[in-house]
Write a new protein. Structure first.
Length: 147
């Protein structure tokens, strides 16, 4: 089934989902953030069919989120690396992880957890205003602007 395109939508969330909203794409970005670079390693980690993985990687490259680079070991293989645009998805992945940890696991249920190497504590994302104060959805308004 073909999804509706949001490329012309005024909402940045809709346009972002048009690019990275396919769930395999976000899992590929998650794995790339953890250091995975090779097609076979993505396939092993995700258990994804080669044709689907290939299509998702191709789209991520076309959108400038990933790029193909020579293999780091000097072999003839190509690897996939996140571009700066792709690395900026890190807070999105952390936010999804935080939400999932809060609402999708039963108390005492095993799960993977990301920890800050220095503090050994999980990272916390918060939305703050220009003064550094935490804001919620109720504190914000939606306006139309031009760049």
């Amino acid at each position: 089934m073909r999804h509706k395109s949001f490329k012309a939508n005024l909402c940045p969330v809709a346009r972002s989902l048009d690019t990275i909203g396919e769930w395999w794409s976000l899992l590929i970005v998650r794995d790339a953030l953890s250091g995975i670079r090779r097609f076979s390693d993505f396939q092993t980690s995700l258990g994804l069919a080669k044709n689907i993985l290939s299509a998702r990687l191709k789209k991520l490259v076309a959108c400038g989120i990933m790029e193909q680079v020579p293999a780091s070991d000097g072999s003839a293989y190509q690897e996939y690396a996140l571009t700066p645009k792709g690395r900026e998805l890190f807070p999105v992945i952390v936010a999804l992880r935080q939400w999932g940890e809060s609402y999708l696991f039963a108390r005492g249920e095993k799960r993977l957890q990301v920890l800050d190497k220095r503090t050994r504590k999980p990272p916390r994302l918060e939305v703050r205003n220009a003064k550094g104060e935490i804001v919620t959805a109720n504190d914000l308004e939606l306006v139309t602007v031009k760049n």
